[in-house]
Ligand binder design. Sequence first.
Ligand code: 13P
Ligand code: SF4
Length: 305
Amino acid sequence: MDKKELQAEILRLKKEKDICILAHAYQDHELWEVADYMGDSFGLSLQAQKAEQKNVIMCGVRFMAETVKILAPEKRVWIANDKAGCPMARQMNRMDVLELRKKYPDYTVCAYINTTADMKRAVDVVVTSSSAMKIISKLPDEKILFIPDPNLGGWIAEQMPDKTFAFYDGGCPTHMLISAKDVEEARRLHPEANILVHPECLKEVVSQADYVGSTTGIMKYAKESDKKEFVIGTENSIVAHLQIECPDKTFYALSPLCVCSNMRITTLEDLYGCMMGTCGDEILLSPQEIEEARRPIDRMIELGG
Ligand code: 13P
Ligand code: SF4
């Protein structure tokens, strides 16, 4: 089957098998075209609860599929490619959180959504890049232990001088490849451009950007801006998506290295195979895991929605 035939077959199967397809913004455009919803981590979480279908396939990374299962346990949920995992989500486990709690007994533990379902069971509240500021500012607590990404956490902390933050030494290995030198070079090569970056980037990159936001935040900013040129500091799929969606504007990658192999691994063939039951992985969590991991995710939706 060629690409168009495969997409037509996926659209047919979706109806026949009552499947909702969710795609993260970093997925290829050909996956966006067959998805019921495309968005950032926060948008995908909200969509998990809204979907009417009995089955959900996530084109993204595993923690996103786990979040869907936690929020909609009555649905069957699959990750389209079983190898798609976020390396940051593997940086800490539940035991690490319990140990940190001993070191910071009076801190509220705030976890980035890029963590495992098991780890979320031990935290107080979950946040995403687009909702973190709103959620943490609404928390009555003064002391925040932000895990595992000190770059996102540090960016939030700078804007909340009234709170005290502690961090863990984690972070996104892909976004941390972008350097301050890349920003210098981009300013020299494209002096008219706005530089838009994800808060997972290093502090020296974020501090020089014109806009800092989530994947969909970056896209919305670029689409609505009067500017004609943009340098994008996030996974480079966003450069390609924006170039397709805004042909009258020009987009450059801040670094050619910002490519997440896990986010880019899923293909149309994987999605089709998952629908046919020949590949992908069903997310299975015990009722206790779901109940415990849901508490901080519900708090995220309550405070950030
Ligand atoms: P968003 O919350 O912007 O979708 O980011 C998720 C992610 O994994 C970025 O690397
Ligand atoms: Fe994880 Fe970074 Fe890839 Fe996002 S870009 S999925 S945070 S490794």
